[in-house]
Ligand binder design. Structure first.
Ligand SMILES: [Zn+2]
Length: 265
């Protein structure tokens, strides 16, 4: 019997109530619009301070997912510069609620670009950001120019940031749906990622509606997708990190997913 902490991605209005509804020791949520540049917002009635205090009192760990549009790797200044700003704003906001980590996607470069430019832009982003909490870079499912779809690119990002002063504050979030749909063998992905990064800080456990290497990012509830159930459980077991299920809700669907997973761990 393993006692891995398992929670879910939830609505940001009242993450404490959402955690309680799922009997979960951790929850992940957005702060503001996941598709917008306008910066973080606190929807919680008690504001940032209230959320921090209430989460501590309830013993609930908070994780914040940065907006999807953050792309610090791109060579496009009109995206990279606002992305860096948004990243710092979310670091500050996530730290202010006592979050355990801020999750951000690896981003991508443009078709004509050398991926090395993206790696170096990651280095610059880490150097330019005051990391007040762990920044967990997540693998993504699609695109040929992505920074964290394939292992060789993840290796490039890690090589670039490993020499920075705040490298210890940069961790990895392994998404099972993205790994599968991105074309990485789940049989070895934990070992493969750890060899590169030395760490897996969080698992996004999701089944996938799509085939292996499809490049599509469509999450499914456990057992309802194309990932072999035992393989999904083995990734969670081997990673040994807290788990966030980003599967379709509502709360009882998440509770069913937690039970499905625990049965197989
Ligand atoms: Zn994810």
């Amino acid at each position: 019997m393993t006692q891995l902490a398992i929670g879910a991605h939830v609505d940001q209005t009242d993450p404490i109530a959402e955690a309680r509804a799922r009997n979960a020791p951790l929850v992940q949520f957005f702060l503001g619009d996941p598709q917008g540049y306008q910066g973080p917002e606190f929807a919680y009635a008690g504001g940032a301070e209230g959320l921090k205090a209430d989460a501590e009192a309830a013993g609930i760990d908070l994780y914040v997912h940065a907006p999807y549009i953050v792309n610090v790797a791109t060579t496009n200044n009109r995206i990279r510069i606002p992305s860096r700003k948004l990243l710092q704003q979310h670091v500050d906001a996530a730290a202010s609620i006592g979050a355990k980590g801020l999750i951000v996607h690896g981003g991508h470069v443009n078709k004509a670009d050398d991926p090395a430019k993206g790696f170096d832009n990651w280095r610059k982003a880490i150097e330019a950001t005051d990391l007040k909490l762990p920044l967990l870079i997540e693998n993504t499912a699609g695109g040929d120019h992505a920074m964290t779809r394939y292992l060789d690119r993840i290796e490039g990002v890690w090589a670039a940031i490993s020499g920075t002063e705040q490298a210890d504050l940069v961790g990895f979030c392994l998404d099972t749906c993205h790994a599968h749909a991105g074309g990485n063998a789940l049989e070895t992905v934990v070992e493969d990622v750890r060899r590169i990064t030395g760490r897996i800080d969080l698992v996004h456990c999701n089944d996938s509606r799509d085939e292996f290497d499809s490049g599509a990012d469509r999450h499914a509830n456990f057992g309802a997708g194309k990932i072999d159930p035992d393989l999904l459980a083995s990734v969670v077991r081997d990673a040994g990190a807290p788990v966030v299920c980003e599967t379709p809700g509502p709360a009882d669907a998440h509770v069913a997913d937690f039970a499905w997973l625990r049965e197989r761990l």
